[in-house]
Design a protein around this ligand. Structure first.
Ligand code: SP5
Ligand code: ZN
Length: 366
């Protein structure tokens, strides 16, 4: 059964270098990733839709206005400040605020890069603003399509909608980029679902890395349940968050669940974590109206950044089990760097989802 796929080519000029393992090399978060996924989903017969224009007011509901303005202007300010030779690295920080130090926002772009980032793996290049705004627009549009489908689905559950976001978003906080993420597409999708009538939204993050940005954005809120399964930050990026004792704060206490797993965790351990995650969501299901899946497939056995053992069949299983929640669902693309397998792994998740659940309206199985 075909799924609606929201996608755009506007990410193409966002192509960066990364300083990692002692050398500078093309970032694993490459334009090719989106092409491979798009090709596989075309072959699988899914229906492609262009994103609507981005609603900047929506973006401002999860990101600070000064951060968004920084993202928009950082590239030209970087070149104006340092000259054309600075194009090679892209705009990237080398100084961050010290621990516990009150950090006043610097005036110059070089200092602001440190203020507005928590990692040095995500340069800003000439094509970054076009890419990140298109990526956010894709998430926004996917949420709108799910809301529209719900309105016509009667008592059934609408088909999921897949947001082919690139760059990814789940590491981006309200005012900091990092982990190849600039605008938090999953948070933007969740906020859109709330703004369009959901009482509470769950975000299930299955990327290999902790969804620190999504957690931070919704930390004090009880209208978004954030759940993340990931490699233990004691030994993996993003290093400083993702521990099990981070449960949310203030009104948000109890509305964040972290399920950190050891590097090289076995499939059965990952499966158990997904059961725990889904139970947390279904336990609250009477108050949850929609689900956002932050879909990283860097849990794949051959992923160059991951150490988990999942294979393509496991990804269909994830799709089936997530669909078993019976919630209107937006799937937002996050990480996944094994480009040879990326397309079939994402296609497997969508196939698994589309093969389950009650569907009504145009998408009802006949
Ligand atoms: C969205 C997402 O999955 N972000 C992950 C960001 C991790 N960035 C730091 C990891 C650096 C490892 N670089 C390895 C290069 C391998 N060729
Ligand atoms: Zn990841």
């Amino acid at each position: 059964m075909p799924v609606q796929v929201v996608a755009s080519e506007a990410h193409r000029d966002h192509e960066t270098m990364e300083f990692a393992r002692g050398r500078v090399a093309p970032s694993p978060e490459s334009p090719t990733r989106a092409t491979i996924i798009s090709d596989a989903l075309h072959v699988a017969g899914h229906r492609f839709v262009e994103p609507d224009d981005l609603d900047l007011d929506l973006v401002h509901r999860v990101h600070s206005a000064e951060y968004v303005e920084f993202l928009r202007t950082a590239w030209e300010r970087w070149i104006a400040h340092l000259g054309p030779d600075a194009a090679e690295s892209g705009a990237v920080a080398f100084t961050w605020p010290r621990r516990g130090e009150l950090s006043r926002r610097p005036d110059d772009v070089v200092g602001q890069l440190g203020y507005h980032s928590f990692a040095g793996d995500s340069p800003i290049v000439a094509g970054t603003w076009a890419a990140v705004t298109a990526s956010a627009a894709i998430a926004q549009t996917a949420a709108d399509l799910v809301v529209g489908a719900r309105a016509t689905a009667g008592s059934g559950v609408p088909s999921p909608v897949y947001a082919l976001c690139r760059p990814p978003g789940h590491h981006a906080t309200a005012d900091q980029l990092g982990g190849y993420c600039y605008l938090n597409n999953s948070a933007i999708a969740a906020q859109r679902l709330l703004d369009r009538g959901s009482r509470r939204v769950a975000v299930l993050d299955v990327d290999y890395h902790h969804g620190n940005g999504t957690q931070a954005i919704f930390d004090t809120r009880d209208d978004v349940l954030t759940v993340s399964i990931h490699a233990d930050p004691a030994s993996e990026f993003p290093w400083f968050t993702g521990h099990a004792d981070e449960i949310g704060s203030g009104a948000g206490a109890g509305w964040n669940l972290n399920l950190p797993l050891p590097r090289h965790a076995e499939r059965a351990v990952w499966d158990d974590a997904l059961d725990t995650a889904l139970s947390r969501i279904t336990d609250a299901a009477s108050t949850i109206d929609a689900l956002v899946v932050a879909l990283g497939v860097d849990t794949y056995v051959d992923d160059p950044l991951g150490t988990f053992p999942l294979d393509t069949d496991d990804f269909s299983g994830i799709g089936r089990r997530v669909a078993g929640c019976g919630l209107p669902t937006v799937v937002v693309q996050e990480g996944g760097y094994a480009v040879d397998a990326l397309g079939r792994n994402v296609a497997a998740v969508l196939d698994g989802m589309a093969s389950t659940g009650i569907r009504t309206g145009d998408d009802a199985p006949r």
